[in-house]
Design a protein around this ligand. Sequence first.
Ligand code: SF4
Ligand code: SF4
Length: 369
Amino acid sequence: MARVIVRQSSYDYETLKQHCFSILDQFCGDLIRKDSFVVIKPNFLSAATPDKAILTHPMIIKCAAEFVLSKGVRPQISDSPAMGSFERILKESGVKHALEGLDVEFKEFKQSVKVDIGEPFGQIDMAEDAIRADVLINLPKLKTHSQMLLTLGVKNLFGCIAGYRKAEWHMRTGVDRHMFARLLFQIYRTLNPAVTIVDGILAMEGEGPGKSGLPKHLGVLIGSDNTVAVDMTICTMLGIEPEVLLTNEVSKELGFFNGSIEVDGDLPKIRGFSLPGITPLAIGPGWAQRFFRQHFLQRPEVDNSMCDLCGTCWEFCPAGALAESGDTLRFDYDKCIRCFCCIEVCPSGALHIRETMGGKLLRKLTHKN
Ligand code: SF4
Ligand code: SF4
């Protein structure tokens, strides 16, 4: 049985420090020795201030760093952002400022090594420092995710794939959400973080995980040495079946975890948390896929009044389905694999998911919401 600790908390330093230290002590206090290489992996998606709820809050990172320092070890704080410079993220997020004076190393994941994560993926390139870490401390943010429903503990470790290779994996798993979830799960199994603490104090609902999402105060910290158990507990808290999150489903399918959880603390029941509408990404027989993709699948659309044609989305798009066309964006929905990475990386929140008329009609006819 997995043990999950739930604590009601704010970002007040003293309160937070008490909760973070006690969770960290439970799950990795004995693992950190004087010569341990300890890596802290927050969510550093892109440059954003804490009020946007996109990144792990700086005070949580500070508390984790102080815990590691209290063991006589200098921690490394690392991630591979989806977009933008690592330095700019540290500055704009307030992390650099919050950790001023602490003896920590900030280092972007750049060097990769080949690691076998198991079939069907085999050897993949992963951040060398994440693999080399004796103790990996996973600090995700609780957010919605337009492609995968939620991004929690397991999904946060996708940041241990350095740089453009993340986009490459989106392309390779294509419209198969289940395959992408399996990739995420196997990355998690390979890295096996010592502890995961999810920042659910100021969470994100709606069309996350980037600037199109909306901050939502939940006031919880959730931690465990079993990341899947953390993710399942959060699903329960939000009133959704744990298996609806595909990484949880994969974990059960592969016999990794049966969902037996002991919760230490009061798990709040969150009502009315707004989740992105997730519909199938491939419908109809193979020969008709192109037609269905064009006319029935959800797709990204731009709000021209918010788009300044900065180019971030078309530079990131793994399918090459986006281009500048005069004074607007042009989508090639035939090529688009509906990964919704463009929504994730848009710094202006100008992209949103839209349903086609055909898709709405089809759902009405099949009585699916
Ligand atoms: S949609 Fe967003 S990312 Fe794409 S060009 Fe416009 S502002 Fe930039
Ligand atoms: S247009 Fe957006 S959703 Fe489509 S493939 Fe490109 S990044 Fe993914």
